[in-house]
Design a protein around this ligand. Structure first.
Ligand SMILES: *Cc1c(COP(=O)(O)O)cnc(C)c1O
Length: 362
């Protein structure tokens, strides 16, 4: 049998039409602001290349990555006409490579600003300036930014800040950061402004400014950390049943013998484990979906295997595919059950699954 005729035991399906749908939802919510998709961390684990190409075809012109190497790879995928922002900024030695790939750094310190000015003097490449309005992560303090001369800001055409609590709409820091950013922007020469991640897009029109930077919402994660009916699931993780067995009462399942059957149980063993991003903390409490029904995980998640309860389920036969993430197991629900976020869950989806794309690239 040729490898291509072998069905994968673990597949990650990425629905590019769902991605495009989510892009349009965010675009509509953003009013007239430019939507600049964030495709860092390999497109939140789903493939930066394919996701960015489809989003480009949908009309996105600017993209965000975190690392220089991510930007270089994306430049090769998208060609010369897109704007690619690198959130790490100008790290030591990076200026010439940023310039060579036509990448736009998001500068986060006075030292970075001066390094870019020195290296961009000949190329006149633009940059964005990160202003920290209360998160104390990356960026100049507002008073540092306000003290800059127009000359030192000559290459800056975008001002950026990031909210600490956008997924908690009532948190007072949102409005405090928004107004501090607005104040700081007016003190600086004309540049466009961007503030909103996915959650902040939904905080209202005072947050969307000139450009928004959604990530998680594009990939199907809700802005508030719970499933959002407006957004579609983009990732579907499915594992094959390797074996179905009957476990008699009193016997245990998996490492540590944590789970003990109290009645005769039909148990399916699936070809997925924590090495594939099914977190150990997803059991107990987590579930998979087979034939439209939720099936609880039993015992500990192993590196390559997990067990689910399929008692009374005729569809549970070796080779049948079971959903671990997707339309029936929402990424936000699975993340909550595992004690983490949709962000961490998606970016942990291992490289071992066979990744498949449905929907057109462009
Ligand atoms: C990751 C990131 C985003 C995207 O945030 P989401 O919550 O995924 O929409 C936007 N801006 C910055 C600066 C980021 O680091």
């Amino acid at each position: 049998m040729s490898p291509s005729s072998l069905n994968p035991t673990l597949s990650l399906t990425v629905d590019l039409d769902a991605l495009a749908h989510n892009y349009r939802v965010l675009r509509d919510a953003a009013g007239g602001a430019e939507v600049a998709p964030v495709v860092k961390a390999d497109g939140y684990g789903l493939g930066a290349s394919a996701c960015a190409r489809r989003l480009w075809a949908e009309g996105a012109k600017s993209f965000y990555v975190a690392r220089l190497t991510e930007g270089e790879a994306l430049r090769a995928d998208l060609g010369p006409d897109s704007v690619i922002y690198v959130l790490d900024g100008v790290t030591p030695g990076a200026a010439s490579r940023l310039a060579a790939a036509g990448l736009t750094p998001v500068l986060s310190s006075l030292a970075q600003l001066d390094e870019w000015r020195a290296s961009a003097a000949t190329s006149r490449l633009k940059a964005a300036l990160h202003i920290d309005t209360g998160m104390n992560r990356l960026g100049l303090r507002p008073e540092e930014a306000r003290a800059l001369s127009a000359d030192r800001l000559a290459d800056i055409d975008l001002l950026l800040t990031h909210l600490a609590c956008a997924d908690a709409p009532a948190h007072p820091l949102n409005e405090a950061q928004r107004s501090l950013f607005a104040e700081t922007c007016t003190a600086l020469p004309k540049a466009r402004a961007t503030l909103a991640n996915t959650a902040a897009v939904f905080l209202g029109s005072t947050y969307t400014l000139d450009q928004v930077r959604p990530g998680i919402g594009l990939y199907g994660g809700g802005p508030l950390g719970v499933p959002d009916a407006r957004l579609k699931a983009v990732a579907t993780l499915e594992a094959a049943i390797l074996q179905v067995r009957t476990v008699p009462p009193g016997e245990s399942i998996g490492y540590g013998a944590d789970f003990v059957a109290t009645h005769p149980m039909q148990v399916a063993i699936l070809a997925a484990g924590y090495a594939d991003g099914v977190l150990r903390s997803f059991s107990p409490g987590g579930y998979a979906c087979l034939a439209g029904e939720r099936r609880p995980l039993l015992g500990r998640v192993s590196m390559d295997l997990i067990a689910i309860d399929v008692t009374g389920c005729d569809a549970a036969v070796p080779g049948a595919m079971v959903e671990l993430l997707g339309a029936n197991v929402a990424v936000d629900d699975a993340a909550a059950l595992a004690g983490t976020s949709a962000y961490e869950l998606l970016t942990r989806l291992g490289s071992r699954a066979e990744r498949r794309y449905v929907g057109a690239l462009g």
